[in-house]
Design a protein around this ligand. Structure first.
Ligand code: GDP
Ligand code: MG
Length: 247
């Protein structure tokens, strides 16, 4: 995909920065628009696992997503597997209450993979059709924590009988190209099915997303556009690119 992007720009032989931007827009819009971006929620229960660095917007995104899915007729169960801090579990449970959905809280200090396993079992017992898993923030450089996340992914896959599930890296739109470095590292640790970009309501335009999608071939599926419960939307590549190139 990166090669196609480069080739598309070169073919238009831009001579000025303005022409280069135009060429990039003309190449990127059809490329990004044709990509499937819906969450795959066909499994029962379906599962959406969110991870990323601290403060990226994971817990908030899960709260909003739970609310959105409930509005679409789903019966979500939120699993609070950020077991490092009791306050993090509490924050996720409060969001679930706000969203009007059930939650399953791991014990503080528990192994997150076992919490996910138990949460998926609980979903079956409670008749929940989609499980949203919140995890502790981790940097791509923290080997133990990255390995722990990989284990969460393996356990989830096994508990789901190897049905596909959503494995989403949450990026902070204000992080710039650091996001590319994060995405590369997380993508090596865990099979990634998509990206969530939070804080797209900030002044940041998230230009790094083009590079990340192109290089890793992983689609942005959702965006966060504020701190409120309704401030989540499917990613609209055309609107995103137009806003980016209009600057
Ligand atoms: N403006 C804005 N703020 C957000 C968005 N998503 C999350 N936040 C804020 O970012 C901060 C960290 O969010 P949180 O969900 O706790 O991050 P986590 O550590 O990844 O779970 C909180 O103050 C959120 O209100 C968003 O889409 N827009
Ligand atoms: Mg959190």
């Amino acid at each position: 995909m990166a090669a196609r992007l480069t080739a598309g720009v070169k073919k238009r032989t831009p001579r000025t920065p303005e022409e280069a931007i135009e060429a990039l827009a003309a190449t990127a819009i059809p490329m990004m628009s044709s990509r499937p971006r819906d969450l795959d929620l066909r499994a029962r229960p379906a599962c959406v696992l969110l991870y990323g660095v601290n403060g990226a917007g994971k817990t908030t995104t899960i709260g909003k997503l739970a609310h959105r899915l409930k509005g679409q007729g789903h019966k979500p169960l939120v699993v609070a597997a950020d077991t490092y801090r009791a306050a993090a579990i509490e924050q996720m449970v409060v969001w679930a209450e706000r969203a009007g959905v059930e939650s399953f809280a791991g014990k503080s200090g528990a192994d997150p993979a076992s919490v996910v396993f138990d949460g998926l079992q609980a979903a079956r017992g409670r008749g929940s059709d989609v499980v949203l898993v919140d995890t502790a923030g981790r940097m791509q450089t923290q080997r133990n924590l990255i390995e722990e996340l990989a284990k969460v992914g393996r356990v989830a896959a096994k508990a789901l009988g190897d049905q596909p599930f959503e494995s989403l890296l949450v990026l902070d739109a204000t992080a710039g190209l650091t996001s590319l470095i994060q995405a590369r590292a997380f993508n090596q640790a865990i099979p990634m099915t998509g990206l969530v970009v939070a804080k797209l309501d900030s002044t940041a335009k998230g230009g790094a997303l083009i590079a990340i999608e192109a290089e890793l071939d992983v689609p942005v599926k959702l965006v966060g556009v504020g701190e409120g419960i309704d401030d989540i939307a499917p990613f609209d590549p055309e609107a995103f690119l137009r806003a980016l190139f209009e600057a």
